[in-house]
Every structure is written in C-alpha cells, then in structure tokens.
Design a protein around this ligand. Structure first.
Ligand code: SF4
Length: 354
C-alpha cells in the first residue's frame, strides 16, 4: 500500500468524530437531496458559505425542484444570481436542470459518468452529489481537501498539476470512509474551511489529524500544499459610457458566448479615452452629449482578467445603435447587470436620487 494511503487512512475515524461534534449546520445539510446538494455545491464554487446562504434560500424559494429550475425564466434566474458572480454557473445549472427534467424524468442520475456529462458538473461536484445524496464512496477533492491531504501526507507534489490531483484523488478514494462517505467528504470540507486554513495559519491544536499529520510534525504547514505560481491576470482597459436620457439609461446585451454571456452592460469600448476621444466615440454612435456629469475610475477582477475602467456619466440626446435598450429604473431592476459594473450602477442610483 502507498505510504500516503496508509497515512490518510488514519484520518477517517477521528475526522468523523470531530465532524459529529463540530459540523457546520447548513440548510443543504439539514434537508438533503441531490438537487439541493448540487445547487449548493455550484453556488459554493469560488464563493464563501456566508455569502451563499441568502442566495440558496432565495433560490430554493423560487425554484424548489429541478423542474421549476428547468422551466425558469432565464432573465429572472440571472437577476436572482446577481452579485454571486461567475454567471456561467447559473446558465449551466439551468441547462443541466433541463437535461435532468427531460432525459431523467426529474431524477438525478446516480452514476459518476452520467453526472459528469451534465453541464457545469466536474469531478468534485459529481463526488459531492454521489457521496452526500446517494451514499456512494466517491471522493470530492477540491482545493481545501488537497491542502489537508498534502499536509497530512507531507507530499510536495504540485497540486496545480492535473496528474498530481488525480493521484491525490486516488489516495482519497482508498482512504475515505466507506461507511459514511457523505459525512466524510463534508467533514473534510469543514476541516479545510475552518481548521486546516490556508496561508500557513492552520489551527493544528484543534485538528483531528494532529497526532499523525506530517506537516505538523515537521513544522512545514505554511509550505504545503505546493502550488506553482499562477499566471498573471490579463489586464484590459475599457472606457464605459453611462448615458442618461429622460430618466433612462442606455444598456446593451453582451454576446451569448464568453465572459458574462448574455448579460446587460453599459456601452463601452476598449482603451482609455480622454474627453475628446470619448466625444468622438459618442458622435460615432449618433449620441450628442448634453451635460458631462462625472468622470470616474473603477476596476474589476475576474479569474483570468482584470478590467481597469474609465467611466463617463453623461446626459445625452440621440438614440444610438438600434440594439441598445433605453431602460428606466423599473426595467433595470428586471435586467441583470453584472457586478463588474457595480460602481457605475451605484452612481446612477445616486444621480437619480439627485
Ligand atoms: S494538523 Fe494542522 S496542518 Fe495537519 S491537517 Fe490538521 S490543521 Fe492541517
């Protein structure tokens, strides 16, 4: 048996005992179904538990079943998701819900192969659903679990390398509790989130692995897991136009593909335009500036891209391209404008309040 599997096998019993005493009470744990596990796990990707809680409650109120989600109005769904970010998650949720409703009669498939074929469900989410909702001994290995496993085994394999992640997953599959796989995976999630914290600040004294953890023994917690440096984010400069006309604001829809697909945005162009160049751009759109209200800067970080935005807020005349929508405040409440533009949305609200 691999030494790492032997080390990790020591974990199941104390971990489950720790979990029974310390587990976080979360709504998707109190009432378990494949649908609820799936929605919660998708929401929790890239997002903290405290931020997810109110969204999860609203989501379950609006779409209590997979059929309700499959039939949901997409615009409303995006609106409900507003603020959580990474909107492709919401689109994939609905795409997958439609497949489950149509091809599986509303019942979630209970095999790894079928689950992983659904949009937005990867290895980790499939493991979470199978273990938590169906009681199958399949590991759910994310960054938290890799951190715990790397520290317990003292492994210096680079966890950003796909080959190594596979190896960690194979170790976890061998070492996990076969009697309580769902509790085991959730216990590891909790341990990674509350005790075996990143950035070298683990609370080893409270950890059920403290007696046999290699990183603790060797005092190298802060060095593990090994992660090769991430690539620098691509920097993009944009000039954003917040155009106000008779109580309405100009919006346009983003393309159905790529970043923030299908959401609404303020018209913008690449680059940083000064007032003269901005006026030229407006003229190209057939827009006449009436009053320049404000110039402001904003930034937004996506996973791989950083936007540095220069914004102009103006009162204008003219209608601009036909695909633009001039939306009053009532219409804007129904449209999803991504939080990347939050700074500008806030300015409009303040401007409207006068
Ligand atoms: S003993 Fe410390 S480093 Fe090891 S798993 Fe527990 S919290 Fe993490």
């Amino acid at each position: 048996m691999d030494e790492q599997i032997r080390q990790l096998k020591q974990l199941a019993e104390p971990l489950l005992r720790w979990y029974d005493a310390n587990r976080r009470r979360l709504p998707w744990r109190e009432e378990v179904s494949a649908y609820r596990t799936w929605v919660s796990e998708i929401m929790l990707q890239q997002t903290r538990v405290t931020a997810v809680l109110p969204y999860f409650a609203r989501f379950m109120d609006a779409y209590p079943t997979v059929e309700a989600l499959a039939n949901a109005d997409t615009e409303q769904l995006m609106k409900l998701w507003e603020g959580l970010g990474y909107y492709s998650r919401a689109r994939n949720l609905q795409k997958a819900a439609r497949i489950v409703a149509e091809q599986y009669g509303g019942q979630f498939p209970a095999t790894y192969e079928d689950l992983i074929a659904l949009p937005g469900i990867g290895d980790y989410t499939a493991g979470a659903i199978l273990s938590i909702a169906f009681g199958q001994p399949i590991p759910a290995v994310d960054g938290n679990v890799l951190r715990v496993a790397a520290r317990i085994t003292g492994s210096r394999l680079d966890v950003l390398d796909g080959k190594n992640r596979k190896l960690f997953r194979a170790w976890m599959a061998e070492a996990m509790s076969k009697a309580r796989p769902g509790a085991y995976n959730q216990a590891l999630m909790d341990l990674g989130a509350t005790v075996c914290l990143p950035h070298g600040e683990p609370l080893c004294g409270e950890c059920p692995a403290r007696e046999f953890c290699a990183a603790r023994r060797e005092g190298c917690q802060s060095e593990l897991p090994v992660r090769t440096r991430k690539k620098e984010k691509r920097l993009e400069h944009l000039t954003v136009f917040v155009l106000l006309r008779e109580g309405c604001v100009a919006l346009r829809r983003r393309s159905e593909e790529g970043l923030l697909a299908g959401l609404w945005e303020y018209p913008h162009v690449p680059g940083t335009l000064d007032e003269t160049a901005a006026a030229r751009q407006l003229a190209e759109w057939g827009i006449m500036p009436h009053r320049w209200v404000k110039k402001l800067a904003a930034r937004h970080e996506f996973t791989h891209i950083r936007w540095e935005m220069t914004g102009y807020i103006l009162e204008v005349q003219g209608y601009g391209p036909t695909e633009w929508l001039w939306a009053d405040s009532g219409e804007r409440r129904k449209l999803a404008v991504p939080s990347a533009f939050e700074r500008f949305t806030r300015e409009i609200t303040e401007e409207e309040r006068g």
